[in-house]
Design a protein around this ligand. Sequence first.
Ligand code: FMN
Length: 320
Amino acid sequence: MGLSLKSPIIVGSCGLTNSIEKMKKMEEYGAGAIVLKSIFEEQITNEVMQSMDNTNFDVSYRDAFDYIKGYTQMASYEKYGNIIREAKKNLSIPVIASINCSSDGDWVSYAKRIEDAGADALELNIFFLPADFNKLGAVNEDIYFKIIEHIKANVNIAVALKTGYYFSGLAKMLQSLSYTGINSLVLFNRFFAPDIDVENMHIKAAPIFKEGEGFYNTLRWIAIMYNHVNCDLSATSGITNGKDVVKQLLAGADTVQIATVLYNKGIEHIQTILNELTEWMEKHHYASIDEFKGKMSFDNINNPDAYLRIQFMKYFSGIE
Ligand SMILES: Cc1cc2nc3c(=O)[nH]c(=O)nc-3n(C[C@H](O)[C@H](O)[C@H](O)COP(=O)(O)O)c2cc1C
C-alpha cells in the first residue's frame, strides 16, 4: 500500500473505529493502522431518499431533485470528512477510510472528497450476494472491475479491496482484481448472516461477535494467493491472538485486520497480540517479518496439496 506501519496489526473497519478516543487507544496499544467505520453506499442513498420523503417538493421537478440529492450526499460526506480530519489530527498512524458499496453509481465521485479530507488510503468493501437467479457470475464480477476502474480514475491515494469468496473461479478472480491497479486485497470480509428463531418463527441475526469465525478459510486463501497477486495481502476474519497473526504472516499476509476480538477483550488486547507475536519471533530467531512472511505459503511448502484438500475422507479414515 506504500504505507509504513509500525506493526502488522490493523484495526479493521467496525464500530470501534468511529470514535477518536478509541482510535487513540488503538494507536497507544500498538495498532499499525486503522480502517475507519465504513460509509455505506446504501447509507448515502437512504439519506437521499429520506430527505426526499421529508420534503414537499414535486420530485418530478428535476432541478429540485438534483439539488436535494446533491445536498444530502454532501452532508453525509461532510460528516465522514470530519471524522477523517479529526483522526488525522489526533493520530500518527495511517488512517484508512472505508466505503462499503455494491454498485458503480455516482457516489464513486465522492471518493475524491475522502482523499481531500486527508485519508492515507481508501479501503473499498465491495460485495453483493450473488443471489439473483437471472445473473451469471461473469455479469456480477464485471461490476467489481467497473467500480475499481471508476474509483481509480477519481483518487490518487492507495486503494485496498476488501471482498468475500463467493466467486466461481476464486483464485483467478482475485488475481485479476490484483492487476486492476488496487494496492491491496483484504481477504475476506465477514458478512452479516441470518439465523432462524425456531420458537418465535422469525429471522434473527446470527451471532455477530463470535471469535475465530472464518479464520481457516482466510488462511487457506492467503497461502494460495501469496506470490500470485500484484498487490499486498491483508488477512481478516477470526484472528484473535498472536499465534493467529503468525499463521497468517507465514501463509503470506503482509498485514492482518482484527475487529471482533477487540469488542470481546478490549482495545488493550492489541498489546497482548503484539507481545505474543514478538515472543514467537524471538523464540524462532526472526528479527523481521520479511524473514518468515510466506514461508508456509502454497508455493513454499513441500506438500502444497495440503492447502487444496477439502474432503474429510482421509482425516476420518479409520475413525468410526
Ligand atoms: C460490529 C462490526 C462492525 C463492522 N463494520 C464493518 C464496516 O463498516 N465495514 C467493513 O468493511 N467491515 C466491517 N466489519 C468487518 C470487520 O472489519 C472484519 O473484517 C470482520 O469482522 C472480520 O474480522 P474479525 O473476525 O476480527 O471480526 C465489522 C465487523 C463487526 C464485528
